[in-house]
Design a protein around this ligand. Sequence first.
Ligand SMILES: Nc1ncnc2c1ncn2[C@@H]1O[C@H](COP(=O)(O)OP(=O)(O)OP(=O)(O)O)[C@@H](O)[C@H]1O
Ligand SMILES: [Mg+2]
Length: 409
Amino acid sequence: MPGPSSGTGSLKVHDDIGETSAVAPQPVLAGVSAGREIAPRSRTGQAAAEEHTVVLTDVAIAYGKFTAVRNFSLSVQKGSFVTLLGPSGCGKTTILRAIAGLVDIADGEISIGGRRVDDVPINKRNIGLVFQNYALFPHKSVFDNVAFGLKYRNVAKPEIKRRVGKALEMVRLPGSEKKLPSQLSGGQQQRIALARAIVFEPTVLLLDEPLSALDANMREEMRIEIKKIQKATGITAIFVTHDQEEALSMSDQIVVMNAGVVEQIGSPEQVYESPASAFVADFLGKANVLPGVVASVDGLVATINLSAGQTVRALSPRAMPAGEHVAVVVRPQKLVVGSTTAGNRLSGRVVSTSYLGSSAVYEIDIGQDTTIRANTILNGGIMREGDAVDVGFEPGGCVLLDDAGRRIV
Ligand SMILES: Nc1ncnc2c1ncn2[C@@H]1O[C@H](COP(=O)(O)OP(=O)(O)OP(=O)(O)O)[C@@H](O)[C@H]1O
Ligand SMILES: [Mg+2]
């Protein structure tokens, strides 16, 4: 995380690691958290639940005149796994920086463990950090890397040894204490970075795209690993990714961000099945968004003339007047290729086929330069470019957006 934070006073305190800062500036952040000052754990009931929650209220963060994040509010329950998901530049890292105390907020407030931390320096926030680039000290052994945060707090030597051993067991690298980072694979280095971040039992673990430097197989393995460790330790985790699959498979809650603002916060099912906007629908799973106009309404079933020239029926959560501009959002998986029985039928021509073994993804031209995507399990022959095809979907299998691209509720 390069940025304006690298010159903050809080970092200068730790001159002993200055020599490695050009290679790995981040370990300072993961290691220096000073323990329990901000979160006494003796209270009970509601107060205790609140203590261990990260809460951001109407937060704005600016770099000079550029406001990178606006009106950002989020409440992270103790022990939950929350993911910030969004395209490059939408402000995900900026939010983590603000939680960690690496960047000042221009507006709003942040609390960790029930206490407002706006003026609490990085080293008092008790935060574990894991980054994309591992950020291990290259000349220190695995033991010294993992022990860093504990030594900083003057934990007794035998206890450091015990805790480092336990953390290495947890990341499934027991006995690797004497190795150097260069003797480990990328995945193993990232496990060490994770061990270093959890060894001092932080109040919250922040993970900024920790899997993106790994190859596909290792990514999937680490995904499962991180989830297991988070569950086993009960640690509260805020995870950043722009990979929708990672977000869907790992999270209790997903915060979908776009250009510095929250588009939607919800469970993986909520954001996938009921996207709040065209942006969310498209970002999570490349949904088909078909603009049209309401032709007539029968109860809560609207008949919609699509701009593509065909007509469909869609279940609407509220009554809608004829003439209202809407968009019908339907997932590629909800389109049944070759269906003649579904409530809606769209006719078109295959423009491209991606064969994926057990399934295929078709791009289908349904007229007026409109292409839809259908993802279908193959149990017969495969369609080829130029083939005429009907696709079906049920009126209840879609979501309706209003003129502004927001879900109609
Ligand atoms: N130090 C900085 N100075 C000025 N602008 C910055 C700085 N750091 C980030 N920004 C800008 O703030 C916005 C949000 O950046 P941020 O790093 O939070 O995005 P991100 O969502 O983490 O993106 P990515 O997925 O690429 O990591 C971007 O427009 C970025 O250019
Ligand atoms: Mg980032």
